[in-house]
Write a protein that binds this ligand. Structure first.
Ligand code: HEC
Length: 129
């Protein structure tokens, strides 16, 4: 239990830190901006950026869930057999715990405009693969 509390506290701290530093990044694309704000604490979309607390999302669009090599996914995400597209991503980031109960991604976003921005951004990266 204390481990979980520590993780939440660390995450809050990282989120505060990321918001401060990323505000100075030269990122004018609104989708990328939203991504950095909402997801950047735990994920990167840099092609060679590796995994953070969450897996690298450079090539996530069109990828089967839970299949990036070198990342230790939860069983629930792997067992779901999802493929990441506009619909599944939207359900997932609306409330990750509801989409895959027991997942280690603690995230939800109630604002459909913000979700859409992030999803369009992730989709745009798939064209660069
Ligand atoms: C607090 C950290 C955290 C935040 C914030 C977060 N994620 Fe995650 N994400 C994770 C973790 C941890 C996993 C692995 C989940 C599992 O294995 O159950 C994950 C997994 C994922 C996956 C599955 C990838 C794959 O390879 O199957 C997607 C897609 C994803 N996150 C998208 C997002 C998006 C988009 C956002 C922002 C809107 C976001 N995440 C915000 C931690 C986070």
């Amino acid at each position: 239990m204390s481990g979980a509390i520590w993780r939440v506290a660390t995450c809050a701290l990282l989120a505060a830190f990321a918001t401060t530093t990323l505000a100075f990044a030269d990122d004018t694309d609104p989708g990328r901006k939203q991504f950095l704000t909402s997801c950047g604490t735990c994920h990167t979309t840099d092609k060679d950026g590796g995994n953070r607390q969450g897996p690298n999302l450079f090539s996530v669009y069109g990828r089967k869930a839970g299949t990036l090599e070198g990342f230790a996914y939860s069983d629930t995400l792997k067992a779901g057999g999802w493929v990441w597209d506009e619909t599944t991503l939207d359900v997932w980031i609306t409330d990750a715990q509801a989409a895959h109960p027991g997942t280690v991604m603690n995230y939800r976003q109630a604002n459909p405009d913000k979700r859409k921005l992030v999803i369009q951004y992730l989709k745009s990266l798939s064209a660069q693969n």
